[in-house]
Design a protein around this ligand. Structure first.
Ligand SMILES: CSC[C@H]1O[C@H](OP(=O)(O)O)[C@H](O)[C@@H]1O
Length: 368
């Protein structure tokens, strides 16, 4: 999607150096749009762990290019095979919840099995990483096509009046390569001329909604209103939300949805007010080997200071401000799990299905 009118992806190989991967540094949006250079596997791991890049699909693609850089580093190792295994472990250890990470690393390892030697591995790795990136672009476009149909149905029922959509965190193009998952239907509805407005949850503690989703929608000219995280239930009670669309970091084969902390509370409010609650996701976010997400999905906990401090711009400078007594401890759970019973449907690249084993199997029979 666009930044200042110019089309971008979130990650790319430098045009002047094929061994340099570049990403937007998402830690300082919307105040600063800077590029972060990744030329080593350590820098790839840092970028994922410190949320230079974030969002399940983008984490996966970054890990794919990280494995490519690992193949380059392996050229100078005495035991290249062992070294590459260490790189895979290093990348997989960065963040536990998004299954796209391990999925992408596994995809790269599978592709490398056929490489004849270490030089061939570098070429195979770059090719597969590019493929995974392009597949994500195509998949997110298709999620948008299917999600557009839902928005069109609501618009028709409202005789063309504004469709109000609530989203949580950032499941936009900045969480993927292009289009986004939750935002792709929104962007495609806008392009189809539908009057669409987005309630943007700020999404404490890192405020991906305020910092990233609002930035994206502003750049794309989509009507939106920033709200604090506790407002959504009130809006739903008063008929101000026509549907909720969120992303996910891992969805189990029975349809339980892990997403940014606070999503579960939105799903409860949506359920209580009969507001459709949809999840946009690529199949790379489906964990076909896991059931009972509440019990089994690993929930990342992060530094307490992400809760105790809030980042913003003061007199043109980006600063973090303490919002509680210095000695107050904070708990920082990064995700929660919404049980499938509160999910109206899953919007995937192959269509929309019920959040259940049966529904997912209908779209992905080869995985069962
Ligand atoms: C399309 S995946 C987006 C997903 O990832 C976000 O988490 P984080 O920013 O911590 O990587 C959030 O859960 C989004 O819904």
């Amino acid at each position: 999607m666009n930044i200042n009118g110019k089309h971008h992806h979130t990650i790319w190989v430098s045009e002047i150096n094929e061994k340099l991967i570049q990403v937007f540094d998402q830690r300082y949006f919307p105040h600063k749009v800077e590029v972060f250079d990744i030329s080593t596997t350590d820098e790839a791991a840092f970028a994922i762990k410190e949320m230079v890049v974030r969002g399940a699909p983008l984490i996966g693609v970054t890990a794919a290019y990280g494995m490519y850089l690992g193949c380059i580093e392996a050229l100078t190792q005495s035991n290249p095979d062992e070294y590459l295994k260490q790189v895979a472990s290093k990348l997989n250890a960065t963040r536990p919840t998004a299954v796209n990470l391990s999925w992408a690393v596994n995809e790269m390892e599978l592709a490398l099995k056929n490489a004849s030697d270490t030089d061939e591995r570098v070429r195979v790795a770059l090719k597969r990483a590019h493929e995974i990136k392009q597949e994500d672009i195509d998949i997110c476009f298709n999620i948008g096509q299917y999600g557009l149909k839902l928005i069109q149905e609501i618009s028709k029922k409202k005789n063309g009046k504004r469709v109000n959509i609530l989203t949580h965190c950032n499941a936009g193009w900045l969480a993927t390569i292009d289009w986004g998952t939750a935002t792709s239907p929104i962007y495609q509805a806008q392009q189809a001329g539908i009057d669409v407005h987005v309630w943007v949850d700020e999404t404490r503690p890192r405020n991906q909604g305020a910092n990233l989703t609002a930035f994206e929608l502003n750049q794309q000219g989509v009507q939106h209103t920033l709200i604090n995280d506790n407002t959504g239930g009130h809006l739903m009670q008063h008929g101000m939300v026509d549907m909720v669309i969120v992303g996910t970091d891992r969805t189990t084969r029975n349809g339980d949805v892990a997403n940014k902390i606070g999503t579960y509370l939105k799903a409860l409010a949506a359920h209580d007010n009969n507001v459709p609650f949809y999840v946009g996701l690529p199949s790379s976010t489906l964990d076909f080997d896991m059931v009972d997400g509440v019990k089994n999905i690993p929930i990342e906990t992060r530094d307490e200071n992400e809760v105790k401090y809030i980042q913003g711009k003061v007199d043109g400078e980006i600063k973090s401000v303490l919002i509680c007594p210095e000695t107050t401890p904070a708990a920082n759970y990064g995700f929660d799990v919404t049980p499938a019973k509160y999910v109206t449907g899953l919007i995937t690249e192959r269509g929309i299905c019920e959040a259940s084993e049966k529904g997912i199997q209908q779209l992905f029979p080869e995985k069962f």
